[in-house]
Design a protein around this ligand. Structure first.
Ligand code: ADP
Length: 306
């Protein structure tokens, strides 16, 4: 009887590879075949954790309208955001991407006259219910802005800030561990480990953005919202942020607004295309970029407008 071992590698939709080893006792020497196959070819045979994730929903947005005073910025938007996926939001300026993103952790609450109708659920819980603890919500759903905004304090204190404010560390030693762990997760530790007490403002733009990501990670969020996180950065720093986004999704659900369609295609699993406040199309990224259903999506991704 041949024995078949199947080993799952790398939990990404786009890059998941399955290594299949077949050992046969029927031959004198063991024979091992290593075959790289696509996850889709194996979908019938394997109930992978990824498939289970694809069926579950981290954030559910249902028929939401959003208003700044009398100006409506979002119209009847519904979207199901998968856990441990990167979801990209694309569309021309002013189409409501940032408004939508900020509505996912009630950041818009801070704007006078702003109002949302409809329902936004995080793990099935309505985040706009009266008894929602908004501070706790924003810990669970962290945010990274276009312009990095490190606090004018040391690198260490930037990362430790939220941990201290929320009383998450029991002692100094544990705080040190959290700082190292999150700077490592943000791919910054090796560059700053010898100068943790230096001002965060002494870092380059790309390093500052990764520091802000580390600061967000330090309070153990489940979801990270990113509003054009690399648009102010040079190409090398942008590549580092993209690689980081790709690696972070193993542990977090990420929603990223981007103007850069190549970036959306590179980093995301699913993409939503917004136009004048409406979600025109939402689908797997490769479908959006290779076979969009909607004419307006096609016109946008092929550069006919935007
Ligand atoms: P995008 O992120 O796609 O560029 P936004 O969500 O920033 O779009 O903007 C959507 C619409 O909401 C635009 O018409 C914009 O002018 C308006 N808007 C955005 N922020 C505010 C605000 N703080 N106050 C009033 N109107 C706003």
């Amino acid at each position: 009887m041949p024995q078949v071992d199947v080993e799952m590698r790398d939990n990404s939709v786009n890059f998941l590879r399955t290594k299949l080893s077949v050992r046969s006792q029927d031959v004198h020497s063991p024979v091992t075949f290593s075959v790289i196959i696509s996850m889709h070819a194996f979908a019938d045979l394997l109930q992978s954790p990824l498939e289970a994730m694809a069926d579950s929903v981290k954030i559910s947005v249902n028929h939401t309208n959003f208003y700044y005073g009398s100006n409506q910025a979002l119209y009847d938007v519904s979207m199901q955001i998968r856990p441990q996926f990167v979801t990209a939001l694309i569309g021309p300026s002013g189409c409501g991407k940032s408004t939508f993103l900020r509505s996912l952790n009630r950041m818009n609450d801070l704007i006078p006259g702003a109002r949302l109708e409809g329902k936004v659920e995080l793990d099935g819980e309505n985040i706009y219910s009266d008894d929602m603890d908004v501070i706790h919500l924003r810990r669970r759903v962290g945010m990274i802005f276009q312009r990095s905004n490190p606090f004018p304090m040391s690198i260490y204190d930037n990362v430790a800030y939220g941990v201290r404010v929320n009383g998450l560390a029991k002692r100094r030693l544990q705080l040190d561990e959290i700082v190292e762990k999150t700077l490592t997760a943000a791919a910054l530790w090796d560059e700053v480990k010898d100068r943790l007490s230096r001002s965060a403002l002494s870092l380059s733009g790309g390093q500052q953005q990764r520091l802000c990501i580390a600061r967000a990670l330090a309070v153990e969020p489940e979801v990270i919202l990113m509003d054009e996180p690399a648009s102010a950065l040079d190409p090398i720093s942008t590549a580092k942020i993209e690689e980081l986004i790709y690696n972070l999704k193993r542990n977090y659900t990420i929603i990223v607004v981007t103007h850069n369609m190549q970036q959306a295609a590179r980093v995301s699993d699913e993409t939503g295309f917004f136009l004048t406040g409406r979600l025109v199309e939402f689908n797997e990224t490769k479908k959006i970029f290779t076979a969009p259903v909607n004419r307006e999506t096609e016109d946008y991704i092929t550069g006919r407008f935007g």
